[in-house]
Design a protein around this ligand. Structure first.
Ligand SMILES: [Zn+2]
Ligand SMILES: [Zn+2]
Length: 52
């Protein structure tokens, strides 16, 4: 289990909550972050540009 409170995406500061996506034991605020923005997305849908 993890007690992480913010997204594990390096540039993302979004809080993770009940709907967090877990990947490799870390919590992410969105699917885009969980995949490391492999889809080329620039953000996570929470008004940050963590994928740039
Ligand atoms: Zn974010
Ligand atoms: Zn991200």
């Amino acid at each position: 289990m993890s007690d992480q409170t913010s997204c594990a995406c390096p540039k993302c500061t979004c809080a993770v909550s009940d709907n967090a996506i877990e990947r490799d034991g870390e919590l992410y605020c969105s699917q885009a972050c969980a995949t490391g923005h492999a889809d080329g997305s620039e953000g996570c849908g929470h008004n940050c540009s963590c994928g740039k």
